[in-house]
Design a protein around this ligand. Structure first.
Ligand code: SAM
Length: 302
């Protein structure tokens, strides 16, 4: 660790470039004065001085440090409506992969056939009898060992309580979605579906998009479904964003353009099955970012 790094007790190369090189901060107090606007102005400069591995390493450390906070965050307790649609596309017992599963919320939704439970994790009030009854077998991966521990802890609790019936217990595994080659080779064509919410394309360095889409296509059976939800490019911005979070962490967000994703997916044999669907971000203070979230559904060519 270099001298500047020691001042901050920094853990990642990205933090070193931001704190010490872009802003010349000698200590934490100096950093406190840096605003989001100033960080936005320096982002392109910072990005030229780090590589994709630095970004990935940084986000992994951030999630390791904040896993308990993320898992406990009330704003993250609900599944998105598109998960309901995703599950409806499969027969009972089909195998799907959840990439960047976090605390396993979506994996539990997919593995359970319990309509009342499924209705209880939808944000708006829904009639449980409208929930799908088929359950899926789920393999769920996350790069953060801490997140996987939390998901396994929740699975044990759910199992022991007997309150939620998981027809097929999910399998959680620590793995990097941008480098699945080690185990994915063995599981080519195994999955009927791949799901990723707020993970792939949310924290993905641009040059890793196409290789990851290619791996997803390899993992899917012919005709398999890939659904991904992420924060998309806004009118004012390009790729690569650094955001200071409420906990003081600096998060990297990709913010790709959905039409670019469509083109890259098509190159990998993944064809859109309906137009991208967007929804708004509504902050705790009532602030709204229109169409920030986008969900896209693709089918692997037959
Ligand atoms: C915002 S959380 C979303 C978690 C969950 N999908 C949800 O919707 O609640 C992002 C998750 O992606 C995981 N993640 C980020 N980069 C990853 C990578 N390269 N491979 C696997 N997981 C990753 C993080 O560890 C974190 O758990």
């Amino acid at each position: 660790m270099c001298v500047q790094n020691a001042v901050f007790n920094e853990k990642t190369q990205l933090e070193f470039v931001i704190f010490s090189r872009a802003f010349g901060c000698k200590d934490r107090a100096a950093w406190q004065g840096v605003t989001q606007e100033a960080l936005d102005r320096r982002t392109a400069w910072i990005m030229e001085r780090v590589v994709s591995e630095d970004i990935s390493e940084h986000m992994n450390k951030v999630y390791e440090r904040t896993a308990e906070q993320c898992a406990a965050n009330q704003a993250h307790q609900f599944v998105i409506p598109e998960l309901f649609e995703f599950v409806s596309l499969f027969n009972d017992g089909e195998l799907v992969l959840d990439m960047g599963c976090g605390n396993g919320r979506d994996a539990f939704f997919m593995c359970s056939s319990d309509q009342a439970y499924r209705a209880s994790v939808m944000r708006s009030t829904v009639d449980p009898s409208t929930m799908p009854t088929q359950a899926l077998r789920v393999k769920a991966i996350d790069a953060s060992a801490h997140m996987i521990k939390i998901a396994e802890r929740v699975a044990k609790r759910v199992d022991a309580s007997g309150a939620v019936r998981l027809r097929y217990p999910p399998i959680f595994k620590q793995a990097d979605m941008h480098d699945m080659s080690g185990w994915a080779r063995l599981q080519q064509g195994w999955f009927a579906g791949v799901w990723s919410c707020a993970s792939f394309l949310t924290h993905t360095p641009r040059q890793w998009i196409e290789p990851t889409l290619r791996q997803i296509a390899c993992l899917l059976k012919r005709g398999g479904i890939f659904a991904v939800s992420y924060t998309q490019r806004q009118r004012d911005g390009g790729y690569d964003h650094l955001k200071i979070s409420s906990t003081g962490e600096i998060n990297y967000f990709s913010h790709p353009d959905p039409s670019e994703i469509c083109k890259l997916a098509a190159k990998c044999g993944l064809l859109p099955i309906r137009p991208p669907r967007t929804s708004d971000y509504v902050g705790a203070g009532g602030d709204v970012v229109q169409d920030l979230f986008v969900t896209q559904f693709f089918r692997k060519e037959m």
